[in-house]
Design a protein around this ligand. Structure first.
Ligand code: SAH
Length: 216
């Protein structure tokens, strides 16, 4: 995503700590204090400007949402939505997903959304893909045992890679579509989804859970 540098992004992030946390490494926080109600927690990793998670949070007040994004210039767009019309079940965190286990406790998340994550097409960058097995292992720790991973992308090579990664992990696949917009299911569009589907790209989606660990 090309984003113009937002001049006062840093200032905005620091000023609005009631809506957004700038996560510094090795600084654990109590994520329940972000919300007034104790209810299921769903997070989006790499939310970009936040259209998807803001809409979800608005439609589902019975769920708490955390939007995670590593770039200031993207996350301030999501922050702006919160400043314009605040939702008390939505909180934003500026951080790299690689540090998620520093911040969240095990078994503390009910659902993880990955939307149009960076595909990292080069073989030597495989480990950076958010559906690489190291990330899946992290999600397994963070999610409750029945917790779901929801993944959407227009990029068919990245999708095929992810289906394989999920099957090998092993996880259970609950939903698999190579043309989401033709399915009769509820769908909230992300910024990237609007852009790429307008260009004629089909949208792929999978939903999967982790197989129970066999601890003997
Ligand atoms: N989900 C949005 C944006 C997709 S672009 C949409 O569908 O419209 C992918 C986004 O993920 C970018 O904003 C990028 O900065 C963010 N991102 C990629 N890797 C990340 C990581 N490791 N941690 C946090 N955010 C990440």
């Amino acid at each position: 995503m090309r984003l113009r540098h937002v001049k006062n992004a840093r200032e905005l992030i620091e000023k609005h700590s009631n809506f957004i946390l700038d996560h510094k490494r090795e600084e654990p926080v109590d994520t329940s204090k972000f919300f007034s109600k104790e209810q299921p927690l769903h997070i989006e990793i790499g939310m970009g400007k936040g259209q998807f998670i803001y809409t979800l949070a608005k439609n589902n007040p019975e769920v708490n949402y955390i939007g995670i994004e590593k770039f200031d210039s993207a996350i301030v767009k999501a922050l702006q939505k919160q400043l314009d019309s605040p939702l008390e079940n939505l909180f934003l965190i500026r951080m790299d997903a690689i540090d998620l286990t520093e911040l969240f406790e095990e078994n503390s998340i009910d659902r993880i959304y990955l939307n149009f994550s960076d595909p990292w097409p080069k073989e030597r960058h495989t480990k950076r893909r958010l559906t690489y097995k190291r990330f899946l292992a992290m999600y397994q720790k963070l999610l409750v045992p029945t917790g779901e991973v929801h993944f959407k992308t227009d990029n068919i090579d990245f999708f095929n890679y992810s289906v394989e990664s999920v099957n090998e992990y092993p996880m259970n696949m609950h939903f698999l579509s190579y043309d989401l917009h033709q399915e009769n299911v509820e769908n909230i569009m992300t910024e990237f989804e609007e852009k790429f589907s307008k260009k004629g790209f089909k949208i792929n989606k999978l939903i999967a859970t982790f197989k129970e660990e066999n601890n003997g």
